[in-house]
Design a protein around this ligand. Structure first.
Ligand SMILES: NC(=O)C1=CN([C@@H]2O[C@H](COP(=O)(O)OP(=O)(O)OC[C@H]3O[C@@H](n4cnc5c(N)ncnc54)[C@H](OP(=O)(O)O)[C@@H]3O)[C@@H](O)[C@H]2O)C=CC1
Ligand SMILES: CC(C)(CO)C(=O)C(=O)O
Length: 297
């Protein structure tokens, strides 16, 4: 089976190294500037040590299974570069909401699933990443025909030694992770603190709970049924990733665009449509956009 991984950042380098080192036929699709460095191999350090030599390409080759591991705002352009064959399965692994819908709007029906990853991977340099937390990848599609074919992706991940699970309700899985990301990512990006430090400051802990409570009201209005307590789950992720620097903190530190639109921004947008006020998320979204503006000017 021909597997491609699109996006040679933190997650894509990790997944391609794991898939390729298990003997599977893997192409890592990267930016042109990284082709040479990645040609020397990809390396994972930290909780796992792996070195692998996937094929490297600057454009997606014909593939049976494609993992898209780019930031949410790049999913549209990455999808436009994919040529799907009738049976090609595309799994878009991302935080936040709206990424798989964006890919499906470009690639059409019958191809797209979403993945929710609970890994914690830090990008060190092209071809080198550090794994600091690893649990499972949750897979699912809102299209029943695609859902039936997800075993292919699950088996590829398991063959690579990665835990994977197919959920019958991918939207609930995305919201469960979203509750943690909307609390942790912008607060750490604004304060410069590690994830766990939010729990050490009562005012920040209370703010985190209020942000998540608003999102929980929005998700209830949309009929999302999760199996967890949203605030408790966000606090658990803070404890489990105590010393992590969140991806949004890493983005603002490097002067990069953040995923705020797919996280708190999405909660505000859905809240407005459902008539649920989201004042904490509105404020947080505005402040992060202010930081992005500072970097872009
Ligand atoms: N890192 C982590 O631990 C986790 C991340 N996630 C989520 O996974 C997604 C990916 O995150 P992450 O790996 O950290 O992101 P990174 O920014 O580290 O990596 C994305 C990479 O994809 C590249 N890219 C973007 N568009 C294309 C394209 N069309 N073709 C080829 N390469 C492209 C980017 O290049 P450039 O920089 O030039 O734009 C970058 O190298 C995000 O939604 C994130 O929230 C989820 C769980 C954990
Ligand atoms: C789980 C968490 C918050 C870990 O830092 C994450 O997903 C991120 O940083 O984007």
């Amino acid at each position: 089976m021909r597997i491609s991984v699109i996006g040679a950042g933190a997650l894509g380098t990790f997944y391609s190294a794991m898939l390729s080192s298990s003997g599977q036929d893997v192409t890592l699709v990267c930016r042109e500037r990284d082709v040479e460095a990645l040609g020397r191999g990809v390396h994972v350090t930290g909780l796992l040590e792996r070195t692998a030599h996937p094929r490297i390409a600057a454009r997606p080759p014909p593939s049976d299974l494609i993992f898209v591991t780019v930031k949410t705002y790049d999913i549209g352009s990455a999808a436009r570069g994919i040529h799907v064959e009738p049976d090609t399965l595309v799994v878009v692994i991302h935080n936040g909401l709206g990424g798989d819908e964006m890919a499906a709007s470009i690639l059409g029906k019958g191809h797209v699933a979403a993945g929710v990853s609970y890994s914690g991977v830090t990008f060190l340099e092209p071809g080198k990443v550090r794994l600091s937390g690893y649990t499972e990848t949750v897979l699912g599609s809102v299209e029943p025909e695609v859902q039936k074919r997800l075993d292919v992706a699950k088996e590829a991940l398991e063959k690579a030694g990665l835990m994977a699970r197919i959920t019958p309700d991918i939207r609930a899985a995305q919201w469960e992770k979203l509750y943690a990301n909307i609390a942790i990512n912008p607060i750490t990006a604004l304060t410069g603190l590690n994830n766990g430090a939010i729990l050490e400051i009562p005012e920040l802990e209370a703010l985190a709970a209020e942000i998540v409570d608003e999102a929980s009201m929005v998700s209830k209005a949309l009929g999302i049924k999760t199996s967890i307590d949203p605030v408790e789950n966000a606090f658990k992720v803070m404890r489990d990733t105590y010393n992590n620097r969140s991806s949004m903190l890493q983005d603002v530190t490097r002067g990069k665009r953040t995923e705020i639109d797919a996280l708190n921004g999405k909660v505000c947008e859905l809240g407005r449509a459902a008539g649920i006020p989201t004042p904490r998320n509105d404020t947080i979204t505005a402040l992060i956009k202010g930081i992005e503006k500072r970097h872009s000017s």
